[in-house]
Design a protein around this ligand. Structure first.
Ligand code: S3P
Length: 758
């Protein structure tokens, strides 16, 4: 496929005051497609008159009788002279001869278009006839069809909710392009604009190849000696796959000639894929066979998401999600929270690098963790699931990852991007990693710089952010690194790259950060030493397949913990939560403020501490929060700001600079929202001073930051009026069931979704 960066452009829908209506549309070729368009234009009033020309007088008569056209015309000269728009609905091969036929009669204002499924050949035909492509010629391709043919099959609804691609050339008249776009929109179609070459490449893969496969499969089976039996017993799968083999043979043989080189290229790609599958079957290589099937199944969904917006955050990008909350309530009962996000990412990464099969349960099935799963699938790792939190990963070993077919798309997930950049820096192949708008604005030099010092070749984009361009095949050297900021993601990125060095590497952190990478690597037998805030890794050991139970995410539990602490009458127990000490900063802080929080049923699994967390309502006292807790409470500050707003007196927090580099600038977004709630809050460059008070209701914007959406939701438990929170779709990145879970626990929350027109 071409690397053209031209984005496919959609046309905004017509609004009533710019509704185009033409006088006279002439459809040349009254088959199923031409008839369907004519009928649609007649029914929807786009054209005052719809006339057709066809070499078959019989077809014209049927067309009039069935109400498909107003009249048929056998004098092409007269029909063309009277036409305001002419649509060529003939096989693409006939384009040149039809253009030659109409040329002498064309009026200067007349707009010409077609419906052919190849566009390069149509442009060539126009050039051959006119010398250059006329400005009023706007090729189009409706991606809709039916295996039926003839005017009798005309269906005015054929194009509704289907795509139509128009391919106006550089000198095309804007008015002509808009008229053709509006004409297709009037049939209910969605109109996109593309370059001719790209159209032909895309269609060779998505339409022409599948048709040729269907024809070829039926033809091969029909030749077999037991063909009667094959067809007699053919069930749904065969019928589904071969439905399009009933399409018009002339049209499709024309397409083969008209789009020859792109089709041949797609046949080669397909033949290679089939040969790989055949070889895997010959070798009884179950893993490869399953790998192909799983990748194919997942790819349908993945690309579906990519097309609707951007993968993983697809829903987030296309839907405007608002949380509407009623004031008051309290939390009670027993709840669980979804699997830990940090551990879920690391478990997939380490399982992919292991030799052999790994099993996870409790895996977080959210947009962010699925971004990591998809990235490894793109690098050839077979991953089954997740199904109810269970995932099976067929590890490929430290050196078994394959080059991805294209850019690795990581949605909103900073952890995926930073951790993967360390791993990718050490691979033999080149890679490009990118994410959604929020992720592509976050600082990536913090990983790129130390990785470069290890010998990696990484280029960041403007302002040191993603997309990241990573050149493979570099020799990775050990590093002794003094980290300038406390970041578990940076530390983990370096640790992953260090697995590929020959010597040991050390990382000194300015403060403790979550240590899930170290805990998992040690549990898997890698050689790691930890002294205070310094980690040393000695590479060389292989990783074997493993089983891991992922505990509940304490950062998700944090919302309910704070919710219970601040709302009178609350008493909850959150079961099976990860209580790794490097994540407990916010519990220390809340306890210092007077919260009643108890851990029970404490145990350990693969080095990770797990417990049930029991929380009761407790009046809070404002305090000065020391910097020592910041790095181990880093994700909980939005909800801690809510706790501080409910405390009596003043809470002062310093050392929060890192909050400005999260999914949003969490200091300013929280300050803006809390002020709207009537809370007195002072914003400092690296901190805040919050004066406890009564949270009023109001309308706030979480700016697409999942943790801020959830923190503001918790505030409703104590607010004096309703709260409406905008931009909440990204909650799906870490806690897809937040609304349902919150409602069960006692929060009066409702989710409203509206589509965002793009
Ligand atoms: C994470 C580390 C933290 C945290 C993020 C997850 C991780 O980021 O904010 O949500 O899984 O390593 P930093 O390491 O950049 O502080």
């Amino acid at each position: 496929m071409s690397n053209s960066n031209t984005a496919d452009q959609g046309f905004p829908p017509a609004v009533s005051n710019d509704f185009y209506m033409v006088e006279n549309t002439l459809v040349i070729g009254l088959g199923m497609i031409g008839g369907s368009l004519a009928k649609a234009l007649k029914e929807n009033g786009f054209s005052r008159k719809v006339v057709a020309y066809d070499s078959s007088v019989e077809a014209l008569k049927i067309g009039v009788k069935l109400g498909v056209i107003d009249s048929g015309c056998t004098d092409i000269g007269m029909a063309v002279r009277q036409a305001s728009v002419i649509i060529l609905a003939v096989p693409v091969k006939a384009t040149a001869s039809v253009l030659k036929m109409i040329k002498p009669h064309l009026q200067p204002e007349c707009i010409i278009s077609d419906v052919g499924s190849t566009k390069g050949s149509v442009i060539k035909a126009a050039e051959a006839v006119f010398g250059t492509v006329p400005a009023n010629f706007v090729p189009a391709h409706p991606i809709a069809g039916s295996e039926k043919s003839g005017v009798e099959a005309a269906n005015s609804q054929l194009f509704a909710k289907h795509k139509v691609i128009i391919t106006p050339h550089a000198q095309a008249s804007a008015k002509a392009a808009l008229t053709i776009a509006r004409m297709w929109q009037s049939t209910g179609a969605e109109v996109l604009q593309m370059q001719v070459e790209k159209h032909d490449e895309v269609l060779a893969a998505t339409s022409h190849l599948p048709h040729l496969l269907a024809f070829s499969l039926v033809d091969s089976l029909a030749k077999e000696s037991q063909s009667l039996d094959i067809f007699r017993y053919a069930a749904g799968g065969f019928r589904d796959f071969t439905r399009i083999a009933a399409s018009d043979p002339t049209m499709w043989s024309d397409v083969c000639g008209a789009n020859k080189s792109a089709i041949l290229q797609q046949i080669d790609i397909f033949t290679q894929g089939l040969a790989n599958l055949k070889q895997a079957i010959v070798d009884e290589d179950e893993q490869s066979i399953k790998g192909i099937f799983i990748r194919a199944r997942e790819a349908r969904e993945h690309f579906g998401k990519m097309l609707t917006g951007t993968a993983y955050a697809a829903d987030s990008e296309n839907k405007n999600v608002t949380f509407e909350l009623q004031p008051g309530g309290c939390l009670s009962g027993e709840i669980t929270v979804p699997g830990d996000k940090s551990i879920s990412h690391r478990a997939i990464i380490m399982a992919a690098l292991a030799e052999g099969i790994s099993h996870l349960d409790g895996f977080l099935q959210s947009e962010d963790s699925m971004a990591t799963v998809q990235a490894f699938r793109d690098m050839g790792v077979v991953i089954e699931g997740p199904h109810k939190g269970a995932v099976k990963i067929y590890g490929v070993g430290l050196h078994g990852l394959c080059p991805p077919p294209g850019m690795l798309y990581l949605g909103n997930s900073g952890t995926s991007m930073r951790l993967l950049s360390g791993l990718l820096a050490a691979q033999k192949f080149d890679s490009v990693i990118s994410g959604d708008q929020s992720l592509n604005n976050r600082p990536m030099e913090r990983v790129a710089a130390p990785l470069r010092a290890m010998g990696a070749n990484i280029r960041t984009s403007a302002n040191g952010s993603a997309p990241l361009y990573i050149k493979g095949g570099q020799k990775i050297q050990a590093i002794d690194y003094q980290m300038p900021m406390a970041s578990a993601q940076v530390k983990s990125s370096i640790l992953l790259a260090a697995l590929y060095a020959e010597q040991s590497s050390s990382i000194q952190q300015p403060a403790a950060t979550r240590d899930h990478t170290e805990v998992l690597m040690s549990a898997l037998g890698l050689d790691l030493q930890v002294q205070g805030n310094k980690v040393t890794i000695i590479p060389g050991n292989q990783i074997a397949g493993f089983s891991l139970s992922i505990p509940g995410d304490i950062s998700s539990a944090a919302f309910f913990i704070v919710g219970a602490v601040i709302s009178k009458g609350s008493k909850i127990c959150i079961r099976d939560v990860g209580v790794n000490p490097t994540r407990l900063g916010f519990i220390h802080i809340l306890k210092l403020m007077g919260a009643d929080i108890q851990l029970s049923n404490q145990r350990e699994n693969n080095g990770e501490a797990i417990a049930d967390i029991n929380v009761c309502y407790s009046p809070l006292q404002g305090i000065d929060i020391g910097e020592e807790y910041v790095s181990i409470a880093i994700d909980e500050f939005p909800v801690l700001f809510i706790a501080a707003s409910c405390a009596s007196g003043k809470t002062q927090i310093a050392g929060l600079g890192e909050l400005r580099h999260k999914e949003s600038d969490r200091i300013s977004v929280m300050v803006e929202g809390l002020r709207e709630f009537g809370i007195n809050i002072e914003e400092q460059q690296e901190g805040v001073v919050i004066q406890g008070g009564q949270i009023q209701g109001g309308k706030v914007d979480s700016r697409g930051d999942h943790r801020i959406s959830m923190a503001f939701s918790i505030a409703a438990l104590v607010s004096s009026a309703e709260i409406s929170i905008g931009n909440c779709a990204q909650v799906a990145t870490s806690f897809p069931e937040f609304v349902e879970q919150s409602a069960r626990a006692g929060i009066r929350i409702r989710k409203e979704e509206t589509n965002v027109s793009k």
